[in-house]
Design a binder for this molecule. Structure first.
Ligand code: ZN
Length: 175
């Protein structure tokens, strides 16, 4: 037979709801297992143990009863909600992922802003610096990526290539 129980911290009022078919074994695992959510309550060692329901015939019913008490009790510290439905689990995961994406996005946005702020002068200087484009034009660094998309760049580039080709041909013919 299963029981549903509550461990309540007398000082903080934090509650842990659990179920078991072997109370003494379960309590010793609460004391020894550092992974359970009840760890802090057990460590403070100032708690009440209440049996909320006795004589539950099977584990599935015990879980359902545990869920019921989990829902109606304030200040529950269980990490996992008992028998979370598939939908609840999906929603919880989705929320965690969404928060993760948002944090990442904010982090990179802030990093970029900081970099810009700290390197304001260098970036300004770099933008006004004159670069030689492969088409033969002299363009300020800040405009070169725009220039590289313009027809004039492609026109000059093909002319330059044509000239280079002619130079190679004329040298070949001379030999
Ligand atoms: Zn160019």
């Amino acid at each position: 037979m299963y029981k549903v129980y509550k461990i309540k911290d007398k000082e903080t009022g934090e509650c842990y709801i659990g179920h078991t078919n072997n109370m003494s074994k379960r309590m010793s695992s609460h004391r020894c297992n550092s992974k359970t959510s009840s760890r802090d309550i057990m460590a403070r060692n100032n708690y009440d143990l209440d049996i909320l329901e006795y004589d539950i015939p099977d584990k599935q019913t015990a879980l359902q009863r545990e869920r019921h008490f989990y829902d109606i009790t304030d200040n529950v510290i269980n990490k996992n909600r008992p028998i979370a439905t598939r939908q609840e689990t999906i929603e919880k995961n989705r929320e965690t992922t969404r928060q993760g994406y948002y944090r990442k996005h904010e982090y990179f946005k802030e990093k970029k802003r900081k970099y810009k702020e700290e390197n304001k002068e260098t970036l300004k200087l770099k933008r006004s610096q004159i670069d030689l484009c492969e088409c033969g034009s002299y363009i300020t660094h800040g405009h070169i990526s725009t220039h590289r998309k313009k027809p004039i760049h492609f026109k000059l580039l093909s002319q330059k290539k044509y000239c280079e080709m002619m130079k190679i041909w004329s040298e070949l013919l001379r030999v």
